[in-house]
Design a protein around this ligand. Structure first.
Ligand code: ING
Length: 315
């Protein structure tokens, strides 16, 4: 019997710096209503779905950014209507937000809530792009290394809603290790939200490559790890800074089966047959049969590049 779960990527348009959480939550509830009408079982909201992408702003005193973080555990009072509506509809969801823990740690976080309203798990973004100090050369800052600590929860997966599911956040999607760790634990669905500025002065590249790279990493990784990958954007112009859209659902073949066409609040959906993940896991990417870990050691023992020595004789 096939295990079909109808998954929705609930892309959100811009969240203005002064937009309230109530406004963002109401927009997400509207997307949940669309999801209900379309028989969706699981909705993936973006990274930092409650606030504007505040790492674009420099603040000397980090505590002055506290208003962008959620304190303590979910659901917060502002998010409770979202949790209640999802539970009423019997829809699970992924929610990205900035987390400020009781003991003062700051993470770029996502939680997975199942279709009964139970918080199944939490993930904290491991790969933090950008920089930690003000960079005058940039039109926009990207201060995730200033406002967040690297995630301390690893890449967990959970058995929930009939499958094995894991989470990632934005820049994580560019690193193959993200998916491989989860697929070594059997992940059939890897979901993630992203806020990707259209301009990244630290990696100047032609504009069209922004979307190309966004999709190639998720499509290649879905194929190489034989799993579904869902990527949900916060898109559009936030305070003058363009964030790319391109929310998508990718099946284990690597083919994109749903793609957002706007830069606003937009739900895309696909009936994901989780058993499609099995074929790859049992054949081409049967890890137990084909991987040769005796040759992979430096992937985890070495952080940066170590080139072969220059040949003295050639000098
Ligand atoms: N944003 C971007 C991302 O990884 C970035 C940062 C942009 C990296 C462009 C490389 C190129 O999509 C976040 N929030 O990680």
């Amino acid at each position: 019997m096939s295990r079909i779960i109808n998954i929705g990527a609930a892309q959100m348009g811009p969240i203005a710096p002064d937009e309230s959480r109530v406004s963002a939550v109401n927009r997400m509830i509207e997307l949940l209503k669309q999801a209900k009408d379309r028989g969706v079982n699981l909705v993936v909201f973006p990274e930092l779905a409650l606030t504007t992408f505040f790492p674009r702003y420099y603040e000397e005193d980090i505590s002055k950014m506290d208003m962008h973080y959620e304190r303590g555990e979910m659901p917060t009072p502002e998010c409770k209507p979202l949790f209640d509506k999802a539970k009423e509809f019997g829809i699970g969801f992924y929610l990205g937000y900035a987390e400020l823990t009781e003991d003062g740690h700051r993470f770029n976080t996502a939680i997975l809530v199942d279709d009964t309203g139970k918080i199944v798990g939490k993930y904290r973004k491991v790969h933090l792009p950008g920089h930690s100090e003000y960079d005058g050369k940039r039109p926009w800052q990207h201060l995730e290394k200033r406002y967040f600590e690297p995630g301390d929860l690893g890449f967990p997966v959970w058995r929930t809603m009939g499958g094995i599911m894991g989470m990632a956040i934005c820049n994580d999607r560019r690193w193959p290790e993200t998916y491989r760790v989860m697929s070594l634990k059997g992940a059939e669905v890897i979901m993630l939200g992203y806020n990707t500025p259209d301009v990244n002065t630290s990696a100047p590249e032609p504009n069209h490559l922004r979307m190309f790279h966004n999709h190639i990493v998720m499509q290649a990784s879905a194929y190489q790890n034989s799993c579904f990958v869902i990527g949900t954007a916060k898109a559009g112009i936030e305070d003058g800074c363009m964030l790319i859209g391109g929310s998508c659902i990718v099946q284990p073949s690597g083919e994109m089966v749903a793609l957002a066409s706007s830069l606003g609040d937009e739900l895309i959906t696909y009936a994901c047959d989780l058993d499609l993940a099995k074929m790859g896991k049992e054949t081409v990417f049967n890890y137990a049969k084909h991987r040769r870990i005796e040759h992979y050691g430096i992937i985890t023992s070495q952080t940066g590049v170590i080139e072969p020595p220059l040949d003295e004789a050639a000098e």
